[in-house]
Design a protein around this ligand. Structure first.
Ligand code: GLA
Length: 725
C-alpha cells in the first residue's frame, strides 16, 4: 500500500477536512504538476472561475485576464464548481433544494490553502466556498501529483442550514474546456466483450456516459474518458489530450456538454439518476474522487500518466509482484473434490506456477454450491466435497511452495442458503413486490450495519481458516428493485450511494485485517473495473472472455486507463469456452503476458509438448514480470483499426523492452509488417534475445521492427530486446 494514499482517501471517505497552512494570494489559483496547470481565479464579487487545464504555466496571471468565454448576459460558463442558480444555464455540478425550498445556490470564495503533503511529490489545495444566501458550504479539494502529472479532485458539501436539504446532483467536478474541437474516446461493451474503444466527435448539445446498473457498472461503459483537443482524429503519440477516470463503483455519469460558444463542460461524478440525497442539519457529503491528467503526447502519454499514478498512488499494492497462478474455474467449474484439487496443485507446482486459486463451488453444506443455484452467503466449506476442510487444500499448496487463493462472492445471497433462511430481509427487495433473481441470486443490503458486520466476520473467518494469500472477490449481478428495510422513506433514494460506501467500509475492514493478502476484483469479468475498487484491490479480472484474440481488444481498451499490472489475464483451453475459437498456445500466452499471468484450464488434458512449452513460458514470465507489469506501456497497433494488435513495455531505464505482435485470422498474400517502436533510447543498440540480431534504437523507432509473415490464424510474435553495452 502506498503510504500517501491512505490520508487522501481517508479524507475522501470520512469527509474529514485536511486544513492547510498559510493562505496564498486569493486572486489566482494555479495548481501545478511537473507538466500541467489547472488555473482558477477569484473575481471581485467572489466567483471562482476556471481558466485553464493544460500545459504548465508558471505565471498564470495573464491567463486569468479573460473572465469568461462569453458575454455575461449569456450566463457563466466557467465556474470552478457550477451550481443551479445565478447566471448558470447549463447542467450544474451541484443542485440543491435548501431547507426553505429555495432551489438556487451561488457559491462565493471564502479562502483557499495549498500545502505540500509528507510525500513531497503531492500538493493539496482546498478552496472554501459558501452560498450567498444560505448556510451551505462547499470545499473543493485538488490533489496534484507532480511527477505523474495527475490532479485529482472531489467536493465536500456541508449543510449548516436549520433543517435538512436535498442534494439532487452532487458531481465530483465540473471542468470547462475551450478548444476548436473535441474528440471523445471512451470504453463501452457488454459481458465478455468489455472495454471496446469508441471515438465520437462531440457536437453541440450533450453526450453522456453513465451507468444505472447500481453495482456492476463497467460492462457497458467505464467511468473514464479521453478528450483529444483540436483534432478530429485519435492519435497515440501526438496532440493534446485530457483524460479522466472516476474512483467510484456505483452509478456514475460523465456528461459532455458543448454549448453555443463551443465551450465543453465536463461533469463527472456519481449519477444523479433517482439518487436524491437528504442531508440533515450539520451533516456533510463527500463526493467520489475524480482523477484527471493532461498530456501533450497524445493518448499514449495520457495513459502512461494514469498508469504511473495508479501504480504509485491509486492502486493498493500497486507495485507488488503478481504470482503466476492456476485458477480452478475453467478447468473444473463446480465439479471437484479434494483429489481433483490436490492433483491440480501438483500439476501447477510441476509447471513452476506460484499460486493455486480455488474458484467457485467450495462452500455451502445444507445448500451446497454444486451449481449457481445455491449456497451464496454460507461461507463454510462444503464438507462433502472437501471433508478435510479448506485448510487441508491450503496447506497442500503451501507444502508445494505455492501460495493459495480462494473465491468469494460476499455481496450476494442465494435464496437457497442458511443465511437466507435466517435473514430473508437482508437482501435488497421491495416488500410486496416480486423479487428479481439474476443467476439465481439476490443482493445483500450493504447499507445495513448488521449485514456489513456479517460479511466482514464470515469472510475473515474463512480467510483465517484457510490461511489464504489471495482472494478473488466476485460480484455477479446488477442491482434492481431498490429498497432497504434499514432506511426511512426520506432516505430510500440514497440506497445505491450507501451500498457503495458500505462496500468500501467492508473492504477497508478486510484489507486492514489482512494487509498482506492480494485481492482480485471481479464482477462477471470486467463489470467493476474502476479506481474505487482498485483502492483496495491491485487487479481485476478483465473479462470472462479468455479468447486470446478477443482479449487483444479488451486489454487494449482497458490499457487506455488502467496499467497492465491491474489486468487479470489467463491462458485457457481451446476451443475457447466462451467463443469456440481456437488460437495457438503461444498466442494465448503472449496475450496473457499483457496482464497478470495465469492459467485457467485442466493441465492433465494437455499433450506433453504443450506441457513442456508451458514450463518454458512460465520461466519466461517470471523472469520478465517486473518489465511486463511495471514497465512503460506503449500501444503500437490497434485491434480496432485492422486485423492485428501490437503493444510493448519498456523498462524505466530504457535498456529493455518486450514487444508483442498478434495477427488476426489468416489472410492470403500476407506481407511482413513494419512496426515502429516507441520509448527506446535512440542512441542505444538493442539485441533481440531470441535471434541475437542487433538493431539501433533509432532504426527501431523511425523505420520499425520487421514482423515476419505468419502462416495460419491468430499467430503471435514476441521480441525481448536488451540494450547492448
Ligand atoms: C464469474 C467470474 C468467473 C468465475 C465465476 C464463478 O462469472 O467472472 O471468473 O469466478 O463467476 O461462478
Amino acid at each position: 500500500m502506498n503510504k500517501t494514499l491512505k490520508p487522501l482517501f481517508a479524507c475522501l471517505f470520512s469527509g474529514l477536512i485536511c486544513t492547510g497552512a498559510a493562505a496564498a494570494e486569493p486572486q489566482v489559483i494555479n495548481i501545478k504538476t511537473d507538466g500541467s496547470s489547472m488555473v482558477m481565479s477569484v473575481t471581485s464579487d467572489g466567483e471562482v472561475l476556471f481558466h485553464h487545464f493544460g500545459g504548465r504555466i508558471d505565471d498564470a496571471t495573464p491567463v486569468t485576464g479573460i473572465k469568461s468565454y462569453r458575454r455575461t448576459d449569456h450566463g457563466t460558463d466557467n465556474l470552478a464548481y457550477s451550481t443551479m442558480g445565478g447566471r448558470n444555464f447549463r447542467e450544474p455540478a451541484l443542485r440543491v433544494t435548501h431547507a426553505d425550498g429555495d432551489m438556487n445556490t451561488e457559491l462565493r470564495y471564502v479562502s483557499h490553502t495549498t500545502r505540500t503533503l509528507a510525500d513531497t511529490n503531492v500538493t493539496r489545495t482546498v478552496i472554501k466556498l459558501t452560498d450567498t444566501n444560505q448556510a451551505l458550504d462547499v470545499e473543493l479539494f485538488y490533489t496534484a501529483y507532480a511527477e505523474e502529472n495527475v490532479i485529482t479532485t472531489h467536493a465536500v458539501i456541508r449543510n449548516r442550514e436549520k433543517g435538512s436539504i436535498v442534494l439532487h446532483s452532487f458531481y465530483s467536478s465540473s471542468l470547462p474546456v475551450k478548444a476548436r474541437s473535441y474528440l471523445l474516446t471512451h470504453l463501452y461493451g457488454a459481458w465478455a466483450r468489455e472495454s471496446q474503444v469508441d471515438h465520437t466527435l462531440l457536437t453541440h448539445g450533450s453526450k453522456s456516459i453513465e451507468s444505472r446498473k447500481q453495482v456492476r457498472t463497467t460492462h457497458t461503459e467505464n467511468p473514464a474518458f479521453m478528450i483529444t483537443l483540436d483534432s478530429e482524429s485519435f492519435d497515440e503519440n501526438y496532440g493534446e489530450v485530457i483524460a479522466g477516470a472516476l474512483a467510484w463503483s456505483g452509478n456514475f455519469r460523465l456528461n459532455f456538454e458543448v454549448d453555443e460558444f463551443n465551450v465543453l463542460n465536463i461533469l463527472a461524478g456519481a449519477n444523479p439518476y433517482a439518487s436524491d440525497y437528504t442531508l440533515g442539519a450539520g451533516e456533510s457529503f463527500t463526493t467520489p474522487e475524480m482523477i484527471y491528467t493532461y498530456s501533450s503526447e497524445g493518448a499514449g502519454g495520457a495513459s502512461r500518466h494514469l498508469h504511473d499514478w495508479a501504480r504509485n498512488y491509486g492502486v493498493w499494492h500497486g507495485h507488488t509482484y503478481a504470482p503466476t497462478l492456476l485458477n480452478s474455474w475453467e478447468g473444473a467449474y463446480f465439479t471437484f473434490d479434494a483429489k481433483t484439487l490436490t492433483e491440480m496443485i501438483d500439476d501447477a507446482a510441476d509447471m513452476g506456477l506460484e499460486m493455486f486459486v480455488l474458484d467457485d463451488g467450495w462452500f455451502g453444506n445444507k445448500y451446497p454450491r454444486n451449481d449457481s443455484n445455491a449456497g451464496l452467503g454460507d461461507w463454510q466449506v462444503n464438507a462433502k466435497k472437501l471433508p478435510e476442510g479448506i485448510d487441508y487444500i491450503a496447506s497442500y499448496a503451501h507444502q508445494k511452495g505455492m501460495k493459495f487463493g480462494i473465491w468469494f462472492e460476499p455481496e450476494m445471497i442465494s435464496p437457497d442458503s442458511d443465511l437466507y433462511r435466517a435473514h430473508p430481509d437482508w437482501c435488497i427487495h421491495i416488500p410486496g413486490r416480486m423479487q428479481v433473481e439474476s443467476r439465481h441470486q439476490l443482493v445483500l443490503d450493504l447499507s445495513r450495519k448488521e449485514v456489513r458486520e456479517y460479511i466482514i466476520d464470515a469472510v475473515s473467518a474463512a480467510m483465517e481458516r484457510g490461511n489464504v494469500d489471495y482472494v478473488k472477490w466476485d460480484m455477479n449481478r446488477n442491482m434492481n428493485m431498490l429498497h432497504s428495510d434499514g432506511l426511512d422513506s426520506a432516505h430510500q433514494k440514497e440506497l445505491n450511494h450507501r451500498y457503495i460506501l458500505g462496500l468500501y467500509e467492508i473492504l477497508e475492514a478486510v484489507t486492514s485485517r489482512f494487509p498482506d493478502v492480494l485481492f482480485e476484483s471481479c464482477a462477471g469479468g470486467g463489470g467493476r473495473f474502476d479506481f474505487g475498487m482498485m483502492h483496495y484491490m491491485p487487479q481485476a479480472w478483465c473479462s470472462d472472455d479468455t479468447d486470446a484474440f478477443m482479449r487483444c481488444r479488451i486489454q487494449y481498451g482497458t490499457s487506455m486507463v488502467f496499467p497492465v499490472s491491474t489486468m487479470g489475464a489467463h491462458v485457457s483451453a481451446v476451443p475457447n469456452h466462451q467463443m469456440g475459437r481456437s488460437t495457438p498456445l503461444a498466442t494465448r500466452a503472449a496475450v496473457a503476458m499483457g496482464g497478470t499471468y495465469g492459467y485457467e484450464l485442466d493441465l492433465t488434458r494437455l499433450p506433453k509438448e504443450e506441457l513442456d512449452e508451458i514450463r518454458r513460458l512460465n520461466e519466461k514470465v517470471k523472469a520478465l514480470q517486473p518489465l511486463l507489469l511495471y514497465g512503460e506501456f506503449y500501444r503500437l497497433c490497434s485491434p480496432f483499426e485492422g486485423n492485428k494488435t501490437a503493444f510493448m513495455s519498456v523498462s524505466e531505464d530504457r535498456r529493455e523492452a518486450v514487444v508483442t505482435h498478434v495477427y488476426g485470422p489468416a489472410e492470403p498474400n500476407r506481407q511482413p509488417v513494419l512496426l515502429p517502436l516507441r520509448g527506446l533510447d535512440a542512441e542505444k543498440e538493442y539485441r533481440d534475445v531470441e535471434s541475437g540480431r542487433v538493431y539501433g534504437g533509432d532504426e527501431l523507432m523511425t523505420h520499425g521492427l520487421t514482423i515476419p509473415r505468419a502462416w495460419g490464424d491468430y499467430m503471435a510474435t514476441q521480441f525481448h530486446l536488451v540494450a547492448v553495452d
